[in-house]
Design a protein around this ligand. Sequence first.
Ligand SMILES: N[C@@H](CCC(=O)N[C@@H](CS)C(=O)NCC(=O)O)C(=O)O
Length: 215
Amino acid sequence: MADRIVLYGDRDHSSPYVFSAFVTLEEKRIPYELKLLDLGKKESFAPPYRDRSITGRVPAIEHGDFFLAESSAIDEYLEDVFPPPRYAAVYPSSPRERARARQVQAWLRSDLMPIREQRPTTVIFHHRRPAPLDAAGAAAAERLLRAVDQLLPQGATSLFSSFCIADADLALMLHRLIVPGDPVPERIRTYAEAVWRRPSVRKFVDLERPPQPTH
Ligand SMILES: N[C@@H](CCC(=O)N[C@@H](CS)C(=O)NCC(=O)O)C(=O)O
């Protein structure tokens, strides 16, 4: 029997990183169990999760006796262990496109802090109304939109020839602007909304959430 997979997420379903691992599992149609931690109660920093995940952060997956945290490492592990063509691909096959997808993922996780701070995912998933972006937020939004304009082929609904997990991560970042009504050019909005309609993404967006985020 195949090793079972457990995905550890946050009780609020508001982590963009859990989102990424969740979408990968759903795209690949891998059976898994979702276990939720209450980050408001610092459950991820309590043993045994703290020690098994090493970082004390969500997401992590448990696959048999292997435990792994860090969302993009999880996405890549799942791509390696459940590869195409038997399972849907979540990374492009060409080395350059694959590298570009990883670049986008790394960038979204390490930059654009003013957007992440002023447009937290509660704006998307808990319909919180944010204040207008300040100058730093507007500058970060401009950098994001300029990068997407450069990366996205005209009329495309994915960065490469078919969907990859960087599209999901990028669409989430764009929805931080789209949902509260910040200006986003039409073709970029069309792209992000197409990604947002994927069943894997919808399943995460439609998860039942506590009325008040705990974290
Ligand atoms: N770089 C990590 C970031 C993970 C992360 O920051 N997770 C947050 C939730 S969004 C967390 O676990 N926070 C624990 C806490 O603050 O109590 C990844 O990509 O997985």
